[in-house]
Design a protein around this ligand. Structure first.
Ligand code: AMP
Length: 457
């Protein structure tokens, strides 16, 4: 097994790694660090939790350790799909570059331009940004990308989902074509393939196993939820959620609860709070300071339940999350893998429970196909209200010859319907007469006449 000190990293970086407590490089680090240090382009197919952030930050710090940044011309650029992920990459830089003198700036939405401008003006070695904010700075004439020697695209598949690919292409075209590119994506959709074919030059490709196949420490289960009355379905589902949290008791030290829609993230968090649970919401529509405060609270253990959307929780690195609860089954099976990967990290035990309503069964089947195993079913902790019997609409019966003068009583009606059905089953009308063919008994008189009589008559 390769050791960190065999990878040609700067000794000061090695010291920081040791201080972080890492013993051996993960497979993506082992595969990506050597070619990155040789100045080659790298295409890493790996998802969060595999150690991919260090696989690009460690060689970048080593390569950038020599040299100095010029005003408004960053020497390297890391593009991330979300603010949270960008902030996390910045934290990683702080950890691994703590013994090296490097400057960095974080350009994300929700933070004032003024502060960010001041940092860029002084010159930065590493610029970590979301694509939109980076282009805003560029358009305001505050930033030049012609000094970028290393460019990293992180979580490209999520960039694609969020519609950032045109921005990424534009940013690529603003950087020198001699730059080194380190490109990471969990999957290789055709659109991503097109980008890598266009902008990467003979990259070294490293693909690491999906986390789903690796994380055996996560105990997965699913609760099938029938829903009962439609108008009460949402609140009944929240009751299931509360019962699940209660039944896990103290074992649930903290949990991320995923909803598919932002509105449900809000509703769910509010409802949990109303019932006395320690919960807060995080999604893209909340302002940055609120998001940061919520995340910090969850990280330091003062917040127990984080209700989140996929995008906001993407790549979140909180080392010990005891539970992940999917309030909704995710529409993309890959998202299930991302979601449950928030627990059971670094060999710890974790539990992932999914609530599946009838209409989500197809999505659940797709997940089971992807992870190649059946997720054990749990009993619904809440006794489900049986669906009320809807009175069947009365079938229109054809008028019968005898019209009752009085409205039939309920039982009579049922009897009538039953009878009617029996009769229809035999292909007959209810009036029991002989079977009617053509015009029945009523024969027009002209037919009864002979042909000659008709001509002359
Ligand atoms: P990432 O895939 O970059 O989100 O990293 C996932 C987690 O693994 C983070 O908490 C890192 O601190 C941790 N990590 C990264 N590299 C190593 C390593 N070589 N050994 C142990 N933990 C690591």
């Amino acid at each position: 097994m390769t050791k960190f000190n065999e990878l040609n990293l700067n000794p000061k970086v090695l010291k920081a790694i040791e201080e972080a407590g890492y013993e051996t490089p993960t497979p993506i680090q082992e595969g990506a660090i050597p070619p990155a240090l040789e100045g080659k382009d790298v295409l890493g197919i790996a998802q969060t939790g595999t150690g991919k952030t260090a696989s690009f930050t460690l060689p970048m710090i080593t390569l950038l350790a020599r040299g100095r940044a010029r005003a408004r011309m960053p020497r390297s650029l890391v593009l991330c799909p979300t603010r949270e992920l960008a902030a996390q990459v910045a934290e990683n830089f702080d950890t691994y570059a703590k013994n090296v003198k490097l400057t960095k700036a974080l350009l994300i939405g929700g933070v004032s331009f003024k502060e960010q401008d001041a940092l860029i003006d002084r010159g930065v070695d590493v610029l970590i940004a979301t694509p939109g904010r980076l282009l805003d700075h560029f358009e305001r004439g505050k930033l030049l990308l012609t000094g970028v020697q290393i460019m990293v695209v992180d979580e490209a598949d999520r960039m694609l989902d969020m519609g950032f690919i045109p921005d990424i292409e534009r940013i690529f075209s603003l950087t020198p074509f001699t730059r080194q590119t380190l490109f990471f994506s969990a999957t290789m959709a055709p659109e991503i393939e097109r980008i890598t074919d266009t902008f990467l030059s003979a990259p070294t490709r490293i693909e690491v196993a999906r986390q789903a196949t690796a994380s055996e420490t996560i105990e997965q289960s699913v609760v099938m939820f029938k829903g009962g009355r439609r108008d009460r379905e949402a609140s009944a589902k929240r009751q299931v959620l509360r019962s699940l949290i209660d039944s896990e008791g103290e074992k649930c030290t903290n949990a991320i609860i995923f909803c598919n829609r932002k509105t449900d993230v809000d509703i769910c968090a509010k409802s949990l709070k109303k019932y006395g649970y320690d919960a807060a919401a995080i999604h893209g529509d909340l302002d940055q300071s609120q998001r940061t405060k919520t995340l910090d609270g969850f990280r330091d253990g003062t917040l127990r339940l984080l209700v989140a959307s996929d995008v906001a929780a993407r790549g979140l690195d909180v080392p010990s999350v005891s539970h992940v609860i999917n309030f909704d089954v995710p529409g993309h099976p890959e998202d299930y893998v991302h979601r449950i990967g928030r627990t059971g990290r670094a060999g710890r035990e974790g539990k992932a429970i999914t609530i599946c309503s009838g209409r989500d069964e197809k999505a659940l089947a797709a997940i089971e196909k992807l992870i190649q195993k059946e997720i054990p079913r749990l009993d619904n902790p809440v006794k489900e209200e049986p669906k009320p019997e809807r009175p069947k609409p009365e079938k229109k019966t054809r008028p019968t010859e005898v019209r009752p003068t009085e409205a039939p009583k309920r039982d009579d009606k049922r009897e009538d319907r039953k009878k009617d059905k029996e009769v229809r089953g035999r292909g007959r009308r209810a009036d029991n007469g002989p079977s009617v063919v053509g015009m029945g008994d009523h024969l027009p008189s002209f037919i009864a006449l002979s042909f000659d009589e008709r001509r002359t008559g």
